[in-house]
Ligand binder design. Structure first.
Ligand SMILES: Cc1cc2nc3c(=O)[nH]c(=O)nc-3n(C[C@H](O)[C@H](O)[C@H](O)COP(=O)(O)O)c2cc1C
Length: 344
């Protein structure tokens, strides 16, 4: 698809997820079928400190273009500076976060809390768009502040007037947190009025759901977050289903064994040994959740302190799994969209 001046493989995007969509994961999702991956948020004020974490987040070495970097904050000038800073470091698209309900962010009135103050939204959007001429700026929002203040339509108008090039919408209000189900009516209503591409987001967990959300909203693209954790091949599964109406077979155990092994190596190289082992635990848990014998495996794996033991445990688990199954087979219906560990 054509998207804000770039030609993408498809219209399936990886949602920005702080602590998840680091460079290794974005690269892997793109390799396994995602058309675009938005990087986790880089807060505008932390840029001042140049912390290791912020620098790692802004590292795009070897990433498949276009590189989209999300920024968050409530001060127009600081947001403008953050946009410029990221463009100088290789960002080709700047995405503004007004959709994350995390407490840490809402307390400083950024993320979805901003949706309440429409004049301020306008000032931020204009400041960012003007700061990076030639770089498309996109916006991510929830449907509104709470159920009686779903002001997404007025935010759309403000966004279009400010020169925003695309709008991603999570079908929940800020007050909803992650409870209940995402609704798609508000996204459909916004799409009906929009002159810019609309990206629908929220609770897309399967090829069928992807097709449903595309049809229900008329959106130009889909954005998928939690369901891709530990399952980056979901993008190619959805792509195949949307193109053919048929399902790919579940991936071979041997393929996912290789994918995870390479993912772990990437994480160790990216984060260094100590942090790498810690970050890897989270991903290993997601990959194995619902597979035979995985609960006791995860329990053991989480205690292992170093790379070699972690790699050996993963290896043993997948070799054991391959003895029972050629293809991945889950023993329970997975709720990939649990909110475990979420700040909101
Ligand atoms: C762990 C986690 C971190 C997230 N971090 C961000 C973020 O930094 N910026 C943002 O705009 N949204 C963030 N989100 C929200 C997601 O981008 C997405 O809107 C939400 O998870 C709904 O999509 P899903 O149902 O496909 O997961 C985060 C979500 C999760 C689960």
């Amino acid at each position: 698809m054509e998207f804000v001046g770039f030609s993408l493989r498809n219209n399936l995007f990886v949602a920005p997820m702080a602590g998840v969509t680091d460079r290794p994961f974005r690269q892997l999702c793109k390799k396994m079928g995602a058309g675009l991956a938005v990087s986790e948020m880089v807060t505008s004020n932390s840029l001042l400190y140049g912390s290791a974490k912020t620098q790692r987040r802004a590292n795009h070495d070897g990433e498949v273009a276009p590189i989209s970097v999300q920024i968050a904050g409530a001060a127009p000038q600081m947001m403008a500076d953050a946009a410029r800073h990221n463009v100088d470091r290789g960002a080709q698209i700047i995405d503004i976060n007004m959709g994350c309900p995390a407490k840490k962010i809402c307390n400083v009135m950024a993320g979805s809390a901003l949706l309440r103050d429409e004049p301020l939204v306008g000032r931020i959007l204009e400041a960012v768009v003007n700061a990076v001429p030639g770089t498309p700026v996109t916006l991510k929002i929830r449907t509104g502040w709470d159920k009686s203040n779903r002001n997404a339509l007025s935010i759309l108008k403000i966004a279009e007037q400010s020169g925003i090039r695309a709008l991603a919408m999570h079908g929940r209000t800020r007050a909803c947190g992650y409870t209940g189900f995402a609704e798609y009516e508000t996204i459909a209503a916004v799409k009906a009025q929009a002159h810019i591409p609309i990206i629908a987001n929220g609770d897309i967990t399967s090829p069928e759901k992807a097709k449903f959300v595309l049809e229900a909203t008329g959106a130009d693209a889909l954005m998928i977050g939690r369901a891709a954790q530990g399952r980056p091949w979901l993008f190619r599964e959805i792509e195949h289903y949307l193109n053919t109406g048929t399902h790919l077979l579940p991936p071979r155990v041997s393929e996912i064994h290789e994918v995870l092994t390479a993912h772990l190596e990437d994480l160790y190289a990216f984060y260094g040994i100590e942090t790498g082992v810690r970050v890897a635990r989270k991903h290993i848990s997601w990959y194995t959740k619902g597979l035979i014998g995985s609960a006791s495996f995860r329990h053991r794996m989480n205690q292992l302190p170093d790379i070699v033991q972690q790699q050996m445990a993963v290896n043993d688990f997948f070799v054991g799994l391959a003895e029972h199954n050629e293809h991945l087979s889950y023993i329970q219906t997975e709720d990939h969209n649990d909110t475990e560990g979420l700040a909101a």
